[in-house]
Design a protein around this ligand. Structure first.
Ligand code: GCU
Length: 673
């Protein structure tokens, strides 16, 4: 699994000779580290797939692969027009006739666009396409496509399920682990152009001179691949690192400290991206400690990086102090009044839903409410609440569901469009994914979790893309393009997220995971220090019913959505059934759309989740002939665990609901094993 989707295994014999003839030489008029990376990748990829790596050539001949800007291509005699539609990072792949044969043109307006094009060309070939017949163009819809590593300086990864951090802080900056280059290759191949190296629960130490030097060494390795380095900044670093008495963002000494710190970082990393900030959230320091707003807090850091072209990614994940009745409301309450008041290089980073990366949440109401502030959407690629690296859950449909959500409830804009518009400054829109990468040999802890990294990159590039098409592409290039394999695997992946929702938190339930680690069921937990950490706070189950009333009779969180949408959410009959118990507290006898009672429906959903996993496991077992024994066995083992644990989820959850509802099991449902 180390090679991810960049496997480049030899293609079958007759096609191999044909591919070699279609990729006989490599013509690259420009010269840069980025183009060197593109050439190296093409040689590696074609060397692997065709058996011969195409040599560099100065002139075009049939069988050439040409990487060029439009003017460079014209100078070599290729008739192409300028391509402003490709922007700075887009590319076109085009097979074309040339002097009695054919050539493959990779066209872009920058070296980075050409590198992206080279990767995509190789992926298309891996998927079984002929390079010299390709005609394909794409440009990213979002400017910022970032991975957030929750990696600590001691090598641990918060919510990481794939081993330790890949950053070997101990030996940096001296040791350039080749894995860093492979990391950059994998990310560039899916268009990721930013990486936050350290955890949002940041140690001030990460901004110390020692660590700046380490980050700079990584930035040097990533630069040719178009990946900028960012750091999470601890709001109180001026005290801890600078020895100041305060971190008050309006204090001149504090502002000067941040400016000097930014200058120091930019001396080491001239293209440093900026800071990611978690403030006044889960015990982290922040501007509210000094009775300042989040906008004032963000401004102190924004001013420091602005002269260097940097940005501040300021997280809206805040809860605890003033919304005991509904945690889901606090981000909106804190941030909505600040819309339009953030500095011009601040982007507010909003989680996909209002609670915390649950198997299913409605979209975060801030996406429909911060019209004057550029927003990033943060999703979790690492599966904290979705069975870690053990359960097979393809997150593409989850990401897609949020991106397609209609923020107005009256015909758009969708969340994707909100991100694309960047509040009128499209250069500031983006997506951030909490990475699922560790030093596990297969990077992500399981083979199928690689697909979540891949899908995140593809959706950050084009948030309107289809997660099913992405799954098909990933499957073809990671295993084989054989439809006898691809079709069932894609079906399995596409159903896997709903399966997890069903066996964990069906019908809009949320946060029923066991304490702390969030693995396995814990619906009965009610005695944790903070009320909003308890599963019972979310499900509110008793003898009469279940669900969280977020309508006007309850927390009225629905009022944070646009009026047309809020009106529909006010009534259980017009609320999507998948989110029913997120918005409503309903009697066990409530009738669902298909006529079953809520109780029967709930049980049925758990059962369906278990059945889906059993079906996935059977399906995978039948696919052994198409997969190497190692990746087959790992996935088989994990599916067996997942089946057992899906049953655990179902049985434990139903047993607990029964203990409060005092209802018998509906007919046709097997009693807990
Ligand atoms: C979740 C997660 C924490 C993380 C936090 C965040 O609550 O459990 O580990 O720090 O999200 O996003 O800041």
């Amino acid at each position: 699994g180390y090679d991810l989707w960049l496997r480049y295994r030899p293609v079958a014999a007759p096609a191999r000779a044909a591919l070699a003839a279609q990729a006989r030489s490599l013509v690259i008029p420009g010269r840069s580290a980025t183009l060197d990376a593109a050439a190296a990748e093409l040689r590696r990829g074609l060397g692997g797939m065709a058996g011969v790596a195409p040599p560099a050539a100065a002139t075009l001949a049939p069988g050439a692969i040409l990487l060029a800007r439009p003017a460079e291509a014209r100078r070599l005699g290729v008739a192409v027009a300028d391509a402003p539609e490709l922007g700075r990072e887009g590319f076109r792949l085009r097979g074309m006739a040339w002097r009695g044969g054919r050539i493959t043109l990779v066209l872009a307006n920058s070296d980075l666009g050409l590198l992206y094009g080279a990767f995509r060309l190789l992926e298309r070939i891996e998927a079984g396409e002929r390079p010299d017949r390709i005609d394909f163009a794409t440009a990213p819809h979002l400017a910022l496509r970032m991975l957030d590593h929750w990696d600590n300086l001691d090598g641990g990864v918060e919510r990481g399920y794939a081993g330790h951090s890949i950053w070997d802080w101990w030996h940096l900056p001296d040791r350039a682990d080749p894995r860093y280059t492979d990391y950059a290759r994998a990310n560039a191949s899916i268009g990721i152009n930013g990486t936050v190296l350290n955890n949002v629960n940041a140690s001030a130490e990460s901004l110390s001179p020692r660590y700046i030097a380490k980050a700079a060494a990584l930035a040097d390795i990533f630069r040719p691949y178009g990946i900028k380095v960012y750091l999470s900044a601890r709001f109180s670093a001026p005290i801890e690192l600078g020895g100041l008495k305060t971190a008050d963002p309006l204090d001149p000494g504090v502002r000067a400290w941040w400016r000097a710190k930014a200058d120091e970082i930019y001396r080491a990393i001239p293209d440093f991206g900026g800071f990611l900030v978690k403030a006044n959230s889960e015990g982290q320091p922040g501007p509210q400690d000094y009775h300042r707003s989040h906008a004032e807090g963000a401004a102190a850091l924004a001013d420091a990086v602005r002269p260097h072209g940097g940005v501040i990614l300021y997280r809206a994940f805040v809860y605890a102090h003033d919304n005991p009745e509904d945690r889901a409301k606090q981000a909106y309450d804190d941030f909505k009044p600040l819309d339009g008041r953030f500095a011009d290089n601040v982007i507010v980073q909003v989680k996909n839903g209002p609670i915390d990366f649950q198997p299913r949440e409605p979209f975060h109401p801030l996406f429909g409410a911060m019209l004057r502030t550029p927003l990033m959407m943060e999703v979790q690629i690492t599966k904290e609440y979705l069975g870690f690296a053990t359960h097979l859950v393809y997150l593409g449909p989850l990401f897609e569901e949020v991106l397609r959500s209609d923020t107005s409830g009256a015909g758009g804009p969708s969340v994707a469009q909100v991100l694309e518009r960047g509040a009128g400054r499209p250069g500031l829109g983006g997506m951030a994914g909490v990475a699922n990468i560790g030093d596990d040999r297969n990077w992500s802890g399981s083979i199928f979790d690689q697909a979540n990294w891949f899908a995140f990159g593809r959706l950050a590039w084009d948030p309107e893309a289809s997660s099913e098409a992405i799954a098909r592409e990933w499957t073809a290039i990671s295993f084989t393009p054989d439809p006898r394999f691809v079709t069932p695997v894609v079906a399995m992946m596409m159903g896997s997220r709903e399966a997890a929702v069903n066996y964990m938190t069906p019908l809009g339930l949320a946060h029923q995971m066991a304490t702390g680690h969030h693995y396995g069921p814990g619906p009965w937990v009610h005695d944790l220090a903070r009320p909003e950490w308890n599963p019972t706070y979310y499900a509110r189950a008793d003898a009469d019913g279940i669900g969280f009333d977020r309508t006007a009779t309850g927390s009225n969180a629905i009022a944070q959505y646009a009026p047309d949408l809020a009106r529909r959410l006010a009534d259980p009959r017009t609320t999507p059934e998948a989110l029913l118990l997120w918005f409503h507290h309903l009697p066990w006898s409530y009738r669902l759309a298909d006529g079953e009672t809520l109780w029967e429906g709930l049980v049925r959903h758990y059962d369906r989740g278990v059945a889906s996993v059993a079906a996935m496991r059977r399906q995978w077992a039948a696919l052994a002939p198409y997969v190497d024994p190692e990746r087959f066995a790992l996935t088989e083992t994990y599916l067996a665990i997942q089946q057992r644990e899906a049953q655990w989820w179902r049985d434990a959850s139903i047993a607990y609901w029964r203990s409060v509802s005092h209802r018998p099991l509906p007919a046709n449902v097997a009693p807990p094993a």
